[in-house]
Design a binder for this molecule. Structure first.
Ligand code: NAP
Length: 249
């Protein structure tokens, strides 16, 4: 994969886990990365690590579920950066529970953070991409959005919604040379999964469903995402790539 030093990317949820790995991988390819997370400390730490390694990065704390906050943040960024060519919608949360025990608040929080955030950021950043006739959008969905998962009605609905959004925007933006794809991680070792990854009984049960019989690393998702953001991936759009040890095949 060639370097893409002249590109700028915005990665949401870049403070930890998969988003951090995506931000660092893009930065290693020469991309200037705007690292977004909810807390200033976590995106600040990722941006600082990128800069310490010789890359270019900026930290930005914004609640991606808040449409007005995203619009205001994007307006400021577009004054500072001539182009934001790459958008990775990765920020996400889980609030699991069986349907009868799931509150409307937990439903809304998960839909707003995982799905509505993609609408807010894409709406705010895609217009300059259309003018530039170049853009890459990658949405980090989940195998739960493909297969469903008991206890995750809110999360799997949000992640399935991201797949529908990806395919629709791929069609809407294709004539402007903007590709829109989704990456669907399986079980990846991050803060989100610590509870069961560190529990031998639960992890043995979970791994029964994974043909490769191990958990994935954040780097596995970052490598696929960086490829989809590259020049070489220019003829790929509207696709969902499961990176899941074979779980969803
Ligand atoms: P993680 O370790 O929990 O990190 C989540 C990141 O998202 C954090 O940086 C967090 O910010 C940010 N975030 C959460 N809510 C936010 C909000 N309202 N506004 C701004 N930023 C927010 O999660 P992860 O495991 O890396 O997951 C990343 C993505 O992959 C998620 O969309 C997740 O659904 C998806 N995924 C993960 C797995 C897995 O096995 N780990 C599997 C399938 C899909 P702070 O750092 O400030 O808290």
């Amino acid at each position: 994969m060639s370097t893409f030093t002249h590109r700028t990317a915005l990665v949401t949820g870049a403070g930890r886990g998969i988003g951090k790995a995506i931000a660092e991988t893009l930065a290693r390819h020469g991309v200037t990365v705007i690292c977004v997370s909810k807390s200033a400390d976590s995106c600040g730490a990722t941006a600082a690590a990128i800069v310490a390694a010789g890359g270019k990065a900026k930290a930005l704390a914004v609640d991606v579920a808040d449409g007005a906050a995203v619009a205001a943040a994007a307006e400021g960024l577009l004054k500072e950066f001539p182009a934001i060519d790459i958008l990775v919608n990765n920020a996400g949360i889980t609030k699991d529970g069986l349907l009868f025990r799931m509150s409307a608040e937990d439903w809304n929080d998960v839909i707003n953070t995982n799905l509505s955030s993609c609408f807010h950021w894409t709406k705010a950043l895609a217009r300059p991409m259309t003018r530039a006739r170049w853009g890459r959008i990658v949405n980090i969905t989940s195998v739960s959005g493909i297969m469903g998962n008991a206890g995750q009605a809110n999360y799997s609905a949000a992640k399935a919604g991201m797949i529908g959004l990806t395919k629709t925007l791929a069609r809407e933006f294709a004539s402007r040379n903007i590709t829109v794809n989704a990456v669907a991680p399986g079980f990846i070792k991050t803060d989100m999964t610590t509870e069961f990854v560190n529990n031998p009984e639960i992890s043995a049960k979970v791994l029964e469903a994974v043909p490769l019989k191990r958990f994935g690393e954040a780097a596995d998702i970052a490598n696929m995402t960086a490829f989809l953001c590259s020049e070489e991936a220019g003829y790929i759009t509207g696709q969902v790539f499961a990176v899941d040890g074979g779980m969803a095949m």
